[in-house]
Design a binder for this molecule. Structure first.
Ligand SMILES: Cc1cc2nc3c(=O)[nH]c(=O)nc-3n(C[C@H](O)[C@H](O)[C@H](O)COP(=O)(O)OP(=O)(O)OC[C@H]3O[C@@H](n4cnc5c(N)ncnc54)[C@H](O)[C@@H]3O)c2cc1C
Length: 468
């Protein structure tokens, strides 16, 4: 069964219930030494699944539907998530665009897709083609498609998605034709295996309650080692095959970079809304809100938040023409987000730790302590908030902040933001390459030439200034 069969011909996104149902498809997911029978009921995934289901329900809720969805442009008369339809000024189909079958299918069902692009951190000291025992490559061609094997680095959320987009990072680009391929594969494809990392959702349930781990317990996007063992990929799901040049040009030319990072930047800006608001509340709990130094640093966090909203706005307000009448988010803003977010996040975490300090752990172990009469009166007195904030409100706020930045879930978020859109060197060199190729660097150097043309060995060259 393909994921879209669950809502065949409905020409609209899954509802939350349909999304949950669609994950019961025989997928091969492993955690804690066992194969997971059903990710929708397993304690490692079940609340994360429900958090995603809630997003699907928002696409149908009359309160949010109009804001989140728009009519499809496939001629089917259905509706889709706005992000799944190319932005353009006319209503025609993009008839000649490649991969239109997937464009239509994705638009009409809004599948939950993960991506696995980077090769596993193995043999970085060698050219990629020397590690075919690990990296994904073609085993052979067969009737109707190809057989592929190999592993990819952590595929975030893979266990609870419908499809994987398997791409290639340009940093490990190779001329080896068997490794120059990109495709989409359903998560229940025979031979596809997902080996999950520790589940923070499950740990939260074992060691505490939603009050103790409000984020870990429902928003854990389990990253997983992604393995293909002789998986059949039909031709219609193959986007690039034996074409190293297209692998290199794919990210910018296909619009993947602009689209994915527009989403990434907006996601990041919303995350900073949340952390900024939470930090302000936490400082009121400790009374640190009135300290000048803390106000200075909270102001810096607000500025970071403004910066990423500004980049997101710049992406949409100055779009670049693409194919036909299609538009893409502005690339320089995309690249700036990509370089600065990985530095912004650790800095913001640093500010939280400098300003809230011991408040982050001056906390009872779990919510059960609050109902133990032997210690509850002490907690009420000694762990009360400042400015009249009651003790349970203070504990709730600070546990939420700790879950955002300090628990295993929180620390994973920092690692995630640092690596979200590529390695720290690649994101910089690729920004330089775009400036060099697109003419920005030439224009900047021309400005310097203009300045240097005003003077030479003999003094000023123009009449504006008076020579000594
Ligand atoms: C939480 C998390 C979730 C992720 N989710 C996904 C996902 O869903 N899909 C996906 O595709 N990827 C995912 N990734 C991977 C992410 O894209 C990469 O971590 C990121 O691109 C950096 O690549 P890398 O880890 O291979 O580091 P590397 O590129 O190996 O770099 C590690 C360090 O070694 C240096 N280095 C490496 N090779 C060389 C060399 N040959 N010469 C000199 N220096 C070298 C680098 O400069 C760097 O300092 C995720 C990562 C994390 C941490």
């Amino acid at each position: 069964m393909r994921p879209e069969d669950v809502i065949a011909d409905k020409r609209r996104p899954y509802t939350g219930a349909e999304y949950i149902e669609s994950l019961r498809d025989g997928r091969e997911v492993y955690i804690d030494g066992e194969r997971v029978a059903d990710v929708t009921t397993h304690p490692a995934f079940r609340n994360s699944v429900r958090s995603i289901a809630r997003l699907y329900d928002a696409l149908h809720d009359p309160k949010s539907k109009n804001q989140l969805t728009c009519p499809t442009d496939t001629g089917s008369g259905g509706y889709t998530h706005r992000f799944f339809r190319v932005q353009r000024s006319r209503d025609e189909l993009i008839a000649a665009q490649t991969a239109t079958a997937w464009y239509k299918k994705a638009q009409e069902t809004v599948p939950f897709m993960n991506h696995a692009i980077v090769n596993p951190p193995v043999d970085r000291h060698k050219p990629a083609e020397q590690s075919k025992d690990v990296f994904v490559s073609v085993d052979k061609e067969v009737d109707g498609g190809i057989i592929v094997s190999g592993a990819k680095v952590v595929a975030t959320s893979a266990a609870i998605t419908h499809y994987n987009f398997l791409g290639q990072s340009s940093k490990t680009a190779t001329e080896d034709l068997d490794m120059s391929l990109m495709f989409i594969v359903p998560i229940n494809a025979p031979g596809l295996k997902i080996f999950c990392r520790t589940s923070y959702e499950r740990a939260a349930e074992r060691y505490g309650s939603p009050f103790d781990y409000p984020l870990s317990s429902r928003f854990d996007e389990n990253d997983a080692i992604f393995v293909l063992d002789k998986v059949f990929i039909p031709w219609e799901d193959v986007f690039i095959y034996r074409d190293p040049a297209r692998v290199i040009s794919f990210f910018v030319a296909s619009g993947f970079m602009q689209g994915a990072l527009f989403q990434g930047c907006t996601r990041f800006a919303v995350k900073l809304d949340f952390i900024t608001g939470l930090l302000a509340k936490a400082l009121r709990c400790t009374g640190g809100d009135e300290a000048k130094g803390n106000q200075v640093l909270l102001g810096e966090v607000v500025a970071w938040r403004h910066l990423f909203w500004s980049l997101s706005h710049a992406m949409v307000n100055n779009p670049a023409p693409w194919k036909g009448d299609a538009l893409l988010p502005e690339l320089n803003a995309v690249l700036s987000y990509r370089v600065f977010a990985p530095d912004a996040y650790p800095r913001i975490k640093d500010i939280v730790e400098r300003t809230v300090t011991s408040g982050l752990i001056y906390l009872p172990s779990t919510v059960k302590d609050l109902s133990n009469p032997a210690i509850e009166p002490y907690l009420r007195q000694y762990v009360r908030g400042s400015h009249g904030i009651p003790y349970d409100e203070r504990i709730k706020i600070l546990k939420l902040l700790w879950d955002a930045i300090g628990t295993e879930f929180g620390v994973r978020h920092e690692l995630y933001e640092r690596n979200y859109a590529g390695g720290w060197e690649d994101i910089r060199t690729q920004t330089l390459a775009v400036a060099q190729r697109g003419g920005d660097m030439k224009a900047m150097e021309a400005l310097v030439d203009e300045c240097m043309a005003d003077y030479d060995l003999n003094g000023w060259t123009a009449s504006t200034w008076i020579n000594p």
